[in-house]
Ligand binder design. Structure first.
Ligand code: FA5
Ligand code: MG
Length: 512
């Protein structure tokens, strides 16, 4: 086993899976009719692990064209200048792919739920993705300037309502439910919950603006009074539960201490080190077992598909330190898969303030959140995240409830690459002309709005600053490729022309 130092700074694996990418700031001048407030623009897929940035979180970019209230699953929501959710995104609400029993996301959900069974865990799902900002952010302790709150990263229905960006939006409700059910269902001390989540994000084969998460949590009772004085007894109780989880022999890299005073602190006001060591050990073993189960099934399917019993590459797993506003200490679990470290989940010891505010002040526990698509892509060897939304029988007919099989690509249609290069307005226009920095997610949103699922990925291939004028040029390469048919030249030219027009009209760039 090779031990790696895993501080966040060392995690910049250039994995196609990695959601930590280098940040890039674009400054563009936006016609004031389209954009009301400045925003700093960063190329950074949203993650609640992101470090804090202080920037203007005012409503910005452009207000939605929609003036009518939005109708989402029989309910109407008023719109305002925060609204930025397009119809193309809303059309995904209500598919409930995770309930479609022969769908790979549902098969994956069931496999994971089988590792968190009743009566200890209740297995739930949350069909309505529309949640108050309070539930998605405030209750969980997101600071007011957290980048996840930005309109560049999150789909707002209106100022006080968003499409949830993570299943953690339901943590408080499930903790309250555990409290309500304490008498009627005393064995149920944990839960899992599955739901669709929404993020404005990059475009590539592992990112889609709608994906699915599963969240899980487990709580233990502590004495109502002076819990810290009795913390050794609580730790012993948790350690007894830990002993009931079978051990495994997969090597796990876990070089960091459970608690680090700066990077991963103990909630010293509430917890003792012994309690947190016990909770962390229970959390880690529970999640390692789940991951081992998943990857054992994936390896079996791979071996069956290859027609041999030849052992596949041994599983390697590692824990790295992380940050979430609602857990401390926190970690992410990564798996070595096809030559790269792949982040599959985030987790940690739940912030005691959250438990206090959720009717369970006298409990301590852990929580995790994982991406279902990431796991399903590995389980079934599905190469493109868009496929999960396919209604093509050639995709759907390959999966059957309870079976893990290797996906057989039914065709690979030709890629059609088209570049778009443009000048950003000169920086000297800043003071007078109202320079507005624009998020790269706005470029992605324009491409998605025009081409939808006909675009496979969008990459920045060139950027430079003119040595004399100081003007900045960007060049993006868009790969148009349908999963289901060959696109005609005319069709892609037409799509690309629309993208170019919108970049000019909405972002005010000058095409080259
Ligand atoms: C969260 O969303 C936290 N709510 C997780 C959590 C829950 C932490 C409870 C602590 C306690 P994060 O943004 O890292 O964290 O996303 C969690 C997982 O969702 C990732 O590990 C990854 O598996 C998946 N994920 C995140 N972004 C994407 C994306 N754009 N596409 C596909 N999967 C994604
Ligand atoms: Mg993460």
């Amino acid at each position: 086993m090779r031990l790696l130092a895993t501080g966040r700074a060392l995690r910049a694996t250039s994995s196609r899976w990695s959601i930590a990418s280098s940040s890039r700031t674009l400054r563009m001048r936006i016609p004031p009719t389209h954009i009301s407030q400045p925003l700093i623009l960063h190329r950074r897929p949203w993650s609640s692990t992101a470090t804090l940035r202080t920037h203007d979180q005012q409503p910005g970019i452009r207000a939605s064209a929609a003036k009518e209230p939005l109708l989402i699953e029989d309910k109407t929501y008023p719109v305002d200048q925060w609204t930025n959710t397009p119809e193309t995104i809303l059309s995904h609400v209500g598919r409930r792919l995770y309930l479609d029993e022969n769908h790979p996301l549902s098969i994956t959900r069931k496999l994971i739920e089988s590792q968190f069974p009743g009566p200890v865990y209740g297995n739930y799902h949350e069909p309505n993705p529309v949640v108050p900002t309070a539930q998605n952010f405030d209750v969980l302790g997101f600071p007011p300037d957290h980048p996840g709150r930005s309109r560049t990263d999150t789909y707002y229905i209106n100022e006080k309502t968003v499409l949830r960006t993570h299943t953690s939006a339901h943590q408080q409700a499930y903790f309250q439910q555990l409290n309500r059910n304490e008498i009627s269902r005393p064995e149920e001390v944990g839960y899992t919950v599955v739901a669709d989540v929404y993020r404005r994000d990059a475009i590539d084969r592992s990112h889609y603006p709608v994906f699915h998460q599963m969240e899980g949590a487990m709580l233990w009772k502590r004495p109502d009074t002076e819990p810290l004085q009795h913390s050794q007894a609580t730790a012993t109780k948790i350690t007894d539960d830990l002993a009931r989880i079978p051990t495994h022999d997969v090597p796990v890299e876990d070089p960091n201490p459970t608690i680090h005073p700066e990077r991963n602190p103990l909630q010293a006001q509430h917890h003792s080190q012994a309690e947190v060591e016990a909770v962390a050990a229970h959390l880690k073993r529970s999640l390692e077992r789940m991951v081992i189960k998943i990857f054992t099934e994936a390896s079996k399917a791979a071996a069956a598909a290859n027609g041999s019993d030849a052992p596949t590459e041994p599983l390697k797993v590692r824990w790295v330190e992380a940050y979430f506003p609602f857990t401390s200490p926190s970690w992410e679990l990564e798996v070595f898969w096809q030559g790269d470290w792949l982040e599959i989940l985030g987790c940690g010891v739940i912030k005691q303030e959250l438990l206090i505010n959720s009717d369970v002040p006298n409990r301590i526990g852990w929580a995790f959140g994982l991406g279902l698509e990431r796991i399903a892509m590995l389980l079934f060897n599905i190469p493109d995240i868009r496929l999960f939304w396919s209604r093509d029988e050639r995709f759907l007919s390959q999966f059957r409830a309870g079976h893990i099989t290797r996906f057989e690509p039914f065709s690979k249609h030709p890629a059609c690459y088209k570049d778009v290069a443009f000048w950003l307005p000169s920086a000297t226009a800043n003071a007078a002309g109202g320079i507005v920095p624009v998020h790269e997610n706005d470029i992605m949103e324009i491409v998605r709005g025009v081409a939808g699922d006909l675009v496979e990925d969008v990459r920045l291939i060139d950027e430079f600053t003119h040595p004399k004028s100081g003007k900045k040029s960007m060049c993006y390469r868009i790969n148009y490729r349908s999963l289901e048919r060959t696109l005609t030249n005319e069709e892609t030219n037409d799509l690309h022309d629309q993208v170019r027009d919108k970049l000019v009209n909405l972002l005010g760039v000058q095409l080259r």
